[in-house]
Design a protein around this ligand. Structure first.
Ligand code: JFZ
Length: 463
């Protein structure tokens, strides 16, 4: 009898504790409604296009250590080259930022049609672009001395561009965080690192930049656990409305998925997502990486991502002096020219209504009665007829965004055909805006059959 009474008490206590833990989740968004979430994500969904900036002292060696080109991404050179802390720290002397002009950076982003910037406030090497009371390993040791984030935040504010901060919360190869296995002087327990470095620094970046950061971009949940992550996610309440990604760790999903260097085939169902991508093969500046993607690839990636309902976060790795490499300036400028004409098909658009289009991609905007389909034509039809397969809604007009010429449309029983000029107006992606009334009605072909599941292989013998 006594036993039973005891177990009932235990049961009640456990249930109560679980309940309490539930309401006291460290995640300030744990109990958010869909409406609250939609409102919070609205600017980000509308934006569709942003700039990632990887900037730090790794831009000094720029891919070369001890006369040897170190393979891999530039911001990982300390790790890949097993550079001792004492030696790596001397790079700060040459991180001059002498030509740093944040107004120019923001102007380039804005002209390219980007609506937000995410910059590395601290990458895995632990170097902070801001002065921190928690560590001395940061911009204060460089000739520039002052906070590099402040003037960027000011330029963003003035130009209506949102600013977010990338923060490497777990790996820290200089301040005792995770990931440094080559230098025994990087000692601190992970919990001490979280309490003494990550938590105070996240407080700093959430406190000192006015309306920003609008985004916090965690990265690499190395050695994170629910308890450590809880200490960081709890800080988000300092910045109501802030958006954060899925790389915190500890079981927290964040607001956005972050496919890296690739575009998911059909987007990501029921999640906001953002593909981050380099323009060459590195995030942080490497002097000899000339593996540049073409402007055409970048524009088509942007259209592809928007057609799947995602955002494109396109990276720039400035030099130690604070300049964007020339090939990046050229590409941003060319993308901007395209966006000046076609930006309406990207900003504020939503995912395609078609499962597949042989000639390109589609984005759309739906209004109270009808809407617009933006047909992104990558492969211009040789016969002057662009077939929009399965579109049944009543089409009311079509025009080219380039030049604005009206196009004739033939509405058949099954398909819609747009009569187009002989030559593509844009070699990268010509966009046709097709207006319709009523509800959007598309008869999509049944999806491709799933690749047949391989017949269950006989269990492999264990070695
Ligand atoms: C991380 C960083 O290590 C890298 O330096 C850069 O900042 C990049 C944007 O993010 O690298 C990752 C993180 C996640 C994956 C791959 C590389 N991932 O999920 O596949």
């Amino acid at each position: 009898m006594k036993m039973i009474r005891l177990s009932i008490v235990a049961l009640l206590l456990t249930a109560f504790a679980a309940r309490a833990a539930d309401t006291a989740s460290p995640d300030p968004y744990a109990n958010e409604t869909k409406e609250q979430r939609d409102a919070r994500m609205a600017w980000w969904r509308e934006a569709r296009f942003g700039m990632f900036i990887h900037w730090g002292v790794y831009a000094v060696p720029a891919g070369t250590y001890n006369g040897k080109q170190i393979p891999g991404i530039g911001e990982w050179i300390m790790n890949r080259g097993k550079i001792p802390k004492s030696e790596y720290r001397t790079y700060a002397d040459k991180f001059t930022a002498a030509k740093y002009d944040p107004e120019k950076w923001v102007a380039l982003a804005k002209a390219a049609g980007m609506k937000y910037i995410v910059i590395t406030s601290k990458h895995h090497d632990g170097f902070t672009l801001f002065p921190s009371a928690a560590t001395n390993w940061g911009v204060g040791l460089s000739p520039y001395k002052n906070d590099l984030l402040k003037p960027l935040a000011e330029a963003c504010r003035k130009n209506g561009i949102k600013l977010g901060f990338y923060y490497s919360q777990a790996q820290d190869w200089n301040n005792g965080g995770a990931g440094n296995s080559w230098d025994p002087t990087n000692k601190r327990s992970m919990d001490e690192y979280i309490d003494q470095v990550a938590v105070p620094q996240v407080k700093e970046i959430l406190s000192n930049y006015g309306e920003f950061p609008a985004v916090i971009w965690w990265d690499t949940p190395h050695d994170m656990n629910p308890e450590r992550a809880a200490k960081l996610i709890a800080l988000l309440k300092m910045k109501p409305g802030i958006i954060h990604n899925n790389r915190l760790g500890g079981g927290f999903k964040g607001d956005t998925d972050t496919p890296e260097q690739h575009i998911p085939a059909t987007g990501i169902k029921d999640r906001d997502w953002e593909t981050c991508m380099t323009m060459n093969g590195t995030w942080g500046y490497k002097s000899y990486d000339d593996n540049w993607k073409s402007t055409k690839t970048l524009i088509q990636n942007l259209a592809d991502i928007a057609s799947k309902g995602g955002n494109y976060l396109l990276n720039v790795g400035p030099t130690a002096e604070g300049e964007f490499p020339q090939p990046i300036i050229e590409r941003l400028t060319q993308i901007g020219k395209w966006m000046d004409v076609n930006g309406d098909s990207i900003h504020g658009s939503s995912a395609s209504a078609f499962t597949k289009l042989a000639w390109g991609r589609c984005t759309k905007k739906i209004t109270a009665d009808g809407g617009t389909l933006f047909l992104h034509v990558f492969d211009w039809p040789a016969d002057g007829k662009l077939v929009v397969p399965g579109l049944k809604s009543k089409v009311t007009g079509a025009k080219l965004l380039a030049g604005g010429a009206k196009l004739d449309v033939e509405q058949g029983a099954g398909d819609v055909t747009v009569k187009v000029p002989a030559a593509a107006p844009d070699a990268n992606d010509s966009v046709i805006a097709l207006d319709y009334t009523g509800t959007l009605d598309v008869n999509n072909p049944p999806p491709d059959p799933e690749p047949a599941k391989a017949a269950k292989a006989p269990a492999k013998k264990k070695k």
